[in-house]
Design a protein around this ligand. Sequence first.
Ligand SMILES: Nc1ncnc2c1ncn2[C@@H]1O[C@H](COP(=O)(O)OP(=O)(O)OP(=O)(O)O)[C@@H](O)[C@H]1O
Length: 291
Amino acid sequence: MYHFIVNKVSGNGRGLTIWKNVEKMLTAKQINFRVFFTKYPSHATEISKEVKTGVIIVIGGDGTIHEVINGLIRSNIPMGIIPAGSGNDFARALDIPSNAEEAFEWILKGEQRTVDIGRVEDRSCATVIGIGFDGKVAQTVNASKTKKWMNFFRLGKITYIISVFRVLLGFQPADISIKIDDKTEKMTDVWLVAVANFPYYAGGMAICPNAKGNDGYLELCVVQGMSKFQFVRAFPGVFKGKHVSHPSIKMRTGKQIEISSSSAMIVHGDGEIIGETPININVEEKALHVI
Ligand SMILES: Nc1ncnc2c1ncn2[C@@H]1O[C@H](COP(=O)(O)OP(=O)(O)OP(=O)(O)O)[C@@H](O)[C@H]1O
């Protein structure tokens, strides 16, 4: 049985449009299904906890996927995705087609893969956990009134970019202590730490281009000691993962990460605000079944 979890408001209404098309395909193919529409934030977590057999198919964006994962973690229920959000970074990382019909056909093939999950305290994250500048940007994007309209015109990525520059104006870096597995480093003037299970966030920015999501490791990107001018110059490189060779950017890998900072840094996971530093992150290997 396919259990669809549909976030009608994802992608500023694309979720509903896509569901209507998928419903037609299900009827034409005489496939049994149940559908649940999310009614409020975190509802998708509650729904997915209730599903005990079959397959969950998410029609939504990375926020909805984040909520579903937090409901079905450690169950053996596989999750399929029909991307309907503005970013769709998890689907991008897994090469899931962005076209709904193709994504649906892909799911019907039923090929399963297991992937790792990033854990921040008791939260599961599929893509990237961002600390500091990133957390502030995620907070600004989520509060943005223009996001809705930008999504309507398929310009969601521009909301991220505008938010980056808004946060940049008043941002103050912090000093951190970061423990990766058994090694502790002190770093000053840190803008952000991105801890990635998969490479992309914010609608296609390849912040940790070598993150695999099935190798049992997290890849880290630390931006440190940059002037605002240098930051602006280096920023476009992130779309193609070219920022990694910048002298103020350090890449690391590890399984267990502990971060504390001189002043509180906001933490997001999959674009959803999770909390602030100090924070512990680890990788949970092969914790999620995806089709
Ligand atoms: N009925 C609802 N009304 C308002 N918000 C909802 C409803 N159902 C779910 N949500 C919230 O909508 C938010 C956005 O969903 P989602 O992230 O899937 O779409 P998106 O923001 O368009 O895509 P992306 O994260 O890929 O950019 C989620 O945080 C979720 O909690």
